[in-house]
Ligand binder design. Structure first.
Ligand SMILES: Nc1nc2c(ncn2[C@@H]2O[C@H](COP(=O)(O)OP(=O)(O)OP(=O)(O)O)[C@@H](O)[C@H]2O)c(=O)[nH]1
Length: 449
């Protein structure tokens, strides 16, 4: 077996400088998944490696073709590449996808592309694949994946085909959110280490090192670098759900608000009605209260109230208090009724009541005793004073012209409540005095002694 040629130390390797998450050059250092894999492989195969930085994938391919660079850690095998590189076993698989703008339909691979313009990066295996197997597809050759995605986003191309993970990373990075994954894009990536032809003797050691990478190590590397975000096409389901729920809540709030307003309005109307009823009730109660104590025609206190008051007066009056009662009766009132009518009689009764009320003091109580008869309770009043009051009233009545220009006269009976005398008894005495006044010819005051 032929001995391997002496190995140059260190081996120069070059990478794609802008193909994250697979690999890139960041501040002069190799980064991405390939850097992790290459570190493991170099350790386990005992390789000494040195990065030869390039500016683009084309420069990397050129360097590999010319032998300036002897190894590239992560690339697909293709017919063309096999003319200048030897390849390790596959150590990473990744799907390729078609990317379109969101308004484009979904596509089932390259077969249904039709006359759409497909952007593909120069020197990528997919370009070689499409040109060989789908020669009718119109292609736009771009410098890199980034340029291809930008071209689709700007409408310069209809589709782009590339690796799912790097496409996703570029879209996120460049915020090309008018793009979507439109379908599967050709054969999946089968990524290998490529070495210059003179180094193919290293392949068994490289394959052994690759095979020694455990499942945990694979997962660890992938989880570290792949941050796949699914770019959905117009998947506004959640948005619509949120909008629908929000609208439903707003609608419920609106309905609730209207109901509350209607309810408040009804309540306000009912409250107004209640208030009006309460006011009517108060008026009616006040009227009833008034009627229970007053005579409706003359508006003076009635007999019932007067009886209550004289009993109260009897209970409360002190020994030295003087209380007098005056009873008066209109003379020949029947004639007035007969000659001038009952209505005229009513008016005269009311007018006489006014005369009485104006003649007495505030603390005296005037009541209609019945028919054309009236009583006056005079507090703290001597009998002589009560007599004078009766005379004064008699004078006022005599002077006055009543309804229809009629003249009147009244007869009076006056009595003073005696110590230990019952008020009813006193009233009887006053009535007796009135009878005497009538008997003596009317229009006079008689005092009970
Ligand atoms: N208009 C009117 N008349 C009444 C009312 N109450 C009683 N009378 C009348 O008062 C009159 C009282 O008549 P009488 O008892 O005969 O007494 P009088 O005619 O005044 O004669 P003397 O008292 O003896 O002076 C009757 O005709 C009753 O109808 C009333 O509320 N209104």
């Amino acid at each position: 077996r032929q001995a391997p040629p002496p190995m140059e130390h260190p081996l120069r390797y070059c990478v794609d400088p802008d193909w994250m998450p697979y690999e890139a050059i960041d501040a002069g250092s190799h980064t991405g998944m390939a850097s992790d894999y290459l570190r493991l492989v170099a350790e386990r195969a005992g390789l000494d490696l040195e990065l030869l930085p390039t500016q683009s994938w084309q420069q990397t391919i050129d360097a590999l073709k010319t032998g300036t660079c002897q190894l590239s850690p992560m690339l697909n095998r293709s017919e063309h590449r096999e003319s200048y590189l030897g390849f390790s076993d596959v150590y990473f698989y990744a799907p390729n996808v078609l990317v379109s703008r969101k308004d484009e339909p979904f596509l089932q691979g390259f077969t249904n592309i039709g006359d759409r313009l497909l952007a593909l990066p120069q020197d990528y295996r997919l370009l070689e694949y499409v040109q060989k197997y789908y020669p009718k597809i119109r292609t736009l050759v771009v410098k890199s994946e980034k340029h291809g995605l930008q071209a689709v986003s700007e409408g310069k191309a209809d589709l782009f085909a590339g690796s799912l993970y790097s496409v996703n990373a570029h879209i996120q990075q460049a915020a090309l959110f008018n793009l979507k994954i439109a379908g599967w894009g050709g054969p999946q990536d089968e990524l290998r280490i490529g070495v210059a032809p003179e180094l193919t003797y290293l392949l068994p050691a490289l394959n052994k090192a690759l095979a020694s990478i455990s499942e945990e190590e694979h997962l660890d590397i992938q989880q570290r670098w792949i941050n796949l975000r699914i770019i959905q096409n117009n998947n506004y389901d959640l948005v619509w759900q949120v909008v629908a729920v929000t609208l439903a809540v707003l609608l419920l709030l609106f309905i609730w608000n209207i109901s509350i307003r209607r309810y408040s309005l009804r309540l306000a109307t009912k409250n107004q009605q209640l208030e009006s009823l309460r006011s009517q009730l108060e008026d009616t109660n006040a009227e009833l209260q008034f009627l229970s104590n007053h005579d409706p025609l003359t508006k003076l206190y009635n007999r019932h109230y007067f009886n209550l008051r004289i009993q109260q007066e009897q209970r409360q009056s002190q020994q030295h208090d003087k209380t007098c009662l005056i009873i008066l009766d209109i003379d020949h009132f029947k004639e007035i009724n007969d000659c001038h009518g009952h209505a005229c009689g009513d008016t005269i009764l009311a007018e006489l009541s006014g005369v009485l009320t104006r003649c007495v003091r505030d603390q005296d109580i005037v009541a209609r005793w019945g028919g054309e008869e009236f009583v006056i309770l005079c507090h703290q009043t001597e009998l002589s004073e009560a007599g004078k009051l009766a005379e004064r009233i008699a004078g006022k009545v005599r002077q006055r012209r009543f309804s229809g220009g009629l003249s009147l006269s009244c007869s009076f009976g006056v009595a003073e409540l005696q110590p230990r005398e019952n008020m009813t008894k006193c009233l009887e005495r006053a009535d007796q005095a009135l009878y005497e006044a009538k008997s003596q010819g009317r229009d006079r005051v008689c005092v009970s002694h």
